[in-house]
Design a protein around this ligand. Structure first.
Ligand code: ATP
Length: 355
């Protein structure tokens, strides 16, 4: 397994007119598992192709350990990729698993042994004589993962590997990938636009912006509790973080229809300045009775999540806030809310974290 470093990577497909990814710096430590998360078109696949050598970045360097591999072709990098649509050859499962060993100088019996070991790991040892292309998507993906693992590669790249799997078998593949990553200590990078997949799989998650920049690289806790910017706050979560425009002056946050005193250091400003307040819907406290320190709101809309849970959309003049609620509430009901300071995030006008 290798440590992979992306250093100041930018890539343009059209000679510099537009940039698919810009100024990416990332280190994937050996034997750890990572997720690359971002909306469609943010450059996730471009980064995978840069790691495996299918694309040479317009700017920047790729290192495997301390070796600059930027000019190395894919076959010199010892990387395996698992794609969204499982790629299998029109051969038996065993022959598929042995295929990556074709040019390796070891006896055929050794190749069969390695292929069978991987088949057992992936629980497809009962399918070894089956034609791989006739299997369902989940089993075909197992074969494709097996082909990625049969060689002793330095890093395994997974490009949305679960998106074409039968819904009722996704959990199997998820568990399998987790077991392989954590159990066998493989360096793995898992690309997805699905935050649940990213949070389950990645020990650390790289969150990308729609225009191909790295916004945050951290653990789930860091990304959830201390997003570096408004986009990450909003992109992560079901639903995403509330972002409310306000002004701050002398530790008083002025939302317009109501004010709130905060104690956060470093934010006090003697002249009023615009600020964005971020708080997750699950951290907003809701009361159906008037309470000290709570602000009056009205229920504008109720989004039923089933099992008695809902997202309630609340309004006080021009301020809209979403909150989670466990009991039944009707549109038009008066409620009182509290925004606990320990859960409040502050962003500047540009959406960058300031507290
Ligand atoms: P998705 O989740 O939809 O697969 P992604 O995050 O993997 O998207 P990329 O496929 O890397 O994003 O694309 C990043 C940007 O580069 C997009 O604007 C895309 O249109 C552009 N792009 C990707 N491949 C090419 C190509 N071969 N030629 C020109 N532009 C490309």
């Amino acid at each position: 397994m290798v440590k992979v470093t992306l250093s100041n990577i930018s890539h343009s497909y059209d000679g510099g007119k537009t940039w698919a990814v810009t100024d990416i710096n990332l280190v994937f430590e050996s034997g750890r598992q990572y997720a690359l998360l971002g909306p469609s078109g943010c450059g996730k696949t471009t980064l995978l192709k840069i790691i495996c050598g299918l694309i040479k970045p317009t700017v920047g360097k790729v290192y495997f350990e301390d070796i600059d591999v930027t000019d190395y072709p894919p076959e010199k990098r010892n990387v395996a990729i698992v794609f969204q649509f499982p790629v299998v050859y029109r051969m038996t499962v065993l022959e598929n698993l042995m295929f990556p060993l074709l040019n390796i100088d070891i006896p055929k019996s050794e190749k069969i042994k390695k292929a069978k070991e991987v088949a057992s790991l992936l629980k497809i040892d009962n399918l070894l004589d089956e034609p791989a292309h006739r299997l369902g998507p989940a089993d075909r993906q197992r074969v494709a993962i097996g082909r990625a693992l049969v060689r002793n590669v330095g890093i395994v790249l997974l490009d949305e590997p679960m998106s074409s799997i039968e819904p009722d078998r996704k959990h199997e593949i998820k568990k399998l990938l987790l077991d392989i990553g954590r159990g066998l200590k493989k360096t793995m990078v898992f690309v997805t636009h699905d935050q649940t997949e990213a949070l389950t799989f990645g020990e650390k998650i790289a969150v990308m912006s729609p225009n191909g920049r790295l916004l945050q690289f951290g653990t789930f806790d860091e990304i959830y509790h201390r997003p570096t910017c408004e986009f990450v706050g909003f992109f992560i979560g079901f639903p995403g973080m509330n972002i409310i425009e306000a002004r701050i002056e002398n530790d008083i946050v002025d939302f317009g229809p109501f004010k709130m005193r905060v104690k956060k250091s470093g934010l006090s400003s003697t002249t009023a300045r615009p600020i964005k307040v971020g708080i997750r819907p699950e951290h907003v406290k809701v009361s159906v009775e008037k309470r000290e320190g709570y602000i009056p709101f009205k229920v504008a809309y109720v989004e039923d999540l089933g099992r008695g849970r809902s997202v309630i959309h609340l309004q006080n003049e021009n301020v809209f806030i979403k909150a989670m609620y466990e009991n039944e509430l009707h549109v038009g009901t008066n409620v009182w809310i509290n925004l606990p300071e320990e859960y409040i995030n502050f962003f500047n006008e540009k959406g960058e974290r300031i507290g």
